[in-house]
Design a binder for this molecule. Structure first.
Ligand SMILES: [Zn+2]
Length: 260
């Protein structure tokens, strides 16, 4: 499956867990061409809305776990820095935090693998995560979401399996534009989840409409055959044909990435 690793690094994380990190050149494993393409709108309430209308929620950390994490955090703040007790409390908190992160990473891996397998062209809206994280209200929620990681997974897997992954600028009016007739309405408040196009009367779910616009903005031709009509998709470029059969640059993967 893969070539011998050119290097192996041992990594110890904050939870005192050990990882072996291999640098390997991976061969492409081209998948049979798919007739499907998809636009993806990432959000806070719903993790991802696809242009097919599918909504995907991320697994929420169990309330019990969050409570436990807070308790460990309080516990840690009472210890004297540098003491043995402090170190023990720090590791306990880091271990729980690592487990929560692993759950999220597992979800992101499974979702990105499925999307790559099902679609030839994948279009994602580029999000200004750094800018949004400055808004403190949202910062906690966003940094936990793993948008950046999701994009990285999609990018890597698209390359590996010969799919066409595109990112569109976040300045495209994906929310305000009617995906049926192209009419651009006014700015929608974040609380508006459903709206009616003033031009053609189509009732849109905010996120699904945005996801269709993301797909179209990705340079992919798609026609909507009226309301609820059949979508016809044309894959203009066959990424599988264009892509070389070998990755030029080595990709650093952890053992968990290889197992995916
Ligand atoms: Zn319209």
């Amino acid at each position: 499956m893969t070539n011998p690793p050119s290097s192996v690094t041992v990594i110890k994380d904050a939870a005192n867990r050990y990882f072996l990190s291999f640098v390997v050149e991976i061969n492409q494993q081209l998948l049979p061409e798919s007739p499907n393409s998809v636009g993806i709108d990432l959000g806070i309430k719903t993790f991802a809305v696809l242009s097919t209308g599918e909504k995907i929620d991320a697994p929420k950390p169990l309330k019990k776990r969050i409570k436990h994490l807070r308790k460990l955090d309080r516990n840690l703040s009472r210890k004297q820095k540098g003491s043995n007790r402090y170190e023990r409390a720090r590791v306990r908190k880091a271990k729980l935090y690592a487990r929560m992160k692993d759950t999220r990473k597992d979800f992101l891996h499974k979702l990105s693998t499925r999307i790559i397998h099902e679609n030839q062209v994948i279009v994602l809206e580029d999000l200004n995560v750094a800018g949004m994280v400055k808004n403190h209200k949202l910062s906690k929620a966003i940094s936990d979401l793993g948008w950046r990681q999701f994009r990285t997974f999609l990018e890597g897997k698209a390359e590996k399996y010969g799919r066409d992954f595109r990112v569109i600028s976040r300045w495209e009016p994906t929310s305000q534009k009617c995906s049926c007739c192209g009419f651009v309405g006014g700015k929608l408040d974040l609380s508006v989840r459903e709206w009616t196009c003033l031009n053609c009367g189509t009732v849109h779910d905010r996120d699904s409409n945005a996801a269709v616009n993301i797909l179209v903005a990705g340079g992919h031709s798609e026609t909507l055959n009226g309301r609820g009509g059949k979508r016809q998709t044309f894959v203009k470029e066959a990424a599988a044909v264009e892509a070389s059969t070998h990755l030029e640059k080595p990709v650093q993967l952890s053992i968990f990435d290889i197992l995916q």
